[in-house]
Unconditional design. Structure first.
Length: 368
């Protein structure tokens, strides 16, 4: 079996793509898998780290707010379409899978035009532009939310859930051992509460500012903090943490051992991206969600409300996070009954085998 998987831009696209690849490799050891991403984007780093080959297209997204930046857009798109056609000709895939993001557009379009079987995986409750454009031409659309027929042809939709990183999906199977290892990894102690703050793979400015302005809260209340800042805020956070000189506060640009961080957390503060939500449902920890306002159709708020409506999470609006986030954290961290209720409710929403469900759809398309 020869498979192309295309898409990326953020961890929300990249990690599902790698999960699908891993699930395929687990079942078909001899499968040849080629990733296609966008040059300069984080998939060009993350995919090789996961052990897969990737080629980059010069494609870029259309800038809605900075129109002057779109001068090169048509040239990059044309170049990417030509490159995509060549990649497909040379690799000769049995199926092409798109996970959203700029790069999946040219490669899926080319595959459809050559009548190569195609599947797209949509992570969000509100689809990305690329997947909406591709929907009519592909064979199958795997989704993680209900009522997606508003955006996609109903006869192509299959509910699979979002594939998440295997080390996280298997976390509960080995929780004690992972937790003990995590205490060593992060140099923390088990008898103090631990808060995990993640702003997504690229970071989140308002969450980071809410934390950096309230580090004294964690020190005074003897609360341990694992803080993933993302690339752009890391130096500022590191400098501030060094000034405080507290053993309670651990700051990272990116956390590679995320299953370990999840295992330790009593409370998690996170954006409300689709994959973050899917992982949190598997992890089963009480969480405070701060939806990003910089996404299409405010879909992160819709993602968060799906949990809030089931008493499975607390939501703080991005614009209010600097004033309200620490207050909500304090209320939750000091209420064990609420923590237990939220943990039970969010666990009910988890789907552990989404990657296997998607592989089943690939097999159905290919008649295997």
């Amino acid at each position: 079996m020869k498979v192309i998987i295309s898409g990326g831009g953020t961890g929300g696209h990249i990690f599902p793509a790698i999960s699908i690849a891993n699930a395929l490799k687990n079942k078909y050891v001899d499968a040849e898998i080629l990733f296609v991403g966008a040059k300069g984007k984080m998939e060009m780093q993350k995919v090789p780290q996961a052990g897969y080959e990737i080629v980059g297209l010069p494609v870029a997204g259309f800038q809605r707010k900075k129109l002057w930046k779109n001068f090169s857009f048509p040239f990059k798109l044309l170049s990417s379409m030509m490159r995509a056609k060549k990649i497909i000709k040379n690799f000769a895939p049995d199926i092409v899978i798109g996970v959203g993001g700029y790069a999946s557009g040219p490669i899926l379009r080319s595959a459809v035009s050559q009548k190569i079987p195609t599947l797209i995986q949509e992570q969000n409750s509100y689809p990305g532009v690329t997947n909406k454009i591709l929907a009519d031409g592909v064979n199958r659309i795997c989704v993680a939310y209900e009522n997606m027929e508003r955006w996609f042809p109903a006869n192509k939709i299959v509910f699979t859930g979002n594939p998440i990183r295997q080390n996280i999906s298997l976390l509960q199977n080995n929780i004690v051992e992972i937790k003990n290892k995590a205490l060593s990894t992060f140099n923390l102690v088990p008898h103090k509460p631990i808060v995990l703050v993640v702003g997504g793979s690229l970071g989140a400015l308002t969450i980071n500012e809410s934390i950096i302005n309230n580090l004294d809260y964690f020190v005074k209340n003897n609360i341990q903090l694992i803080w993933q800042t993302g690339k752009w805020f890391f130096e500022k956070a590191q400098e501030r943490v060094s000034q405080i000189n507290s053993e309670n506060i651990k700051v990272y640009e990116f956390i590679y051992e995320m299953e370990q961080a999840y295992s330790l957390a009593n409370v998690i503060i996170s954006r409300a991206g689709a994959i973050a939500i899917s992982e949190l449902c598997i992890v089963g920890k009480p969480c405070i969600l701060v939806p990003s306002p910089n996404v299409s159709e405010d879909h992160q708020t819709k993602n968060a409300n799906a949990l809030v409506s089931k008493s499975a999470a607390i939501m703080v609006k991005d614009i209010e996070s600097r004033e309200k986030l620490i207050g909500e954290l304090d209320r939750l961290i000091n209420n064990e009954a609420l923590q237990q209720e939220m943990s039970e409710n969010i666990t009910k929403l988890g789907i552990r085998d989404a990657d296997k469900r998607i592989v089943e759809q690939i097999e159905l398309i290919l008649g295997k």
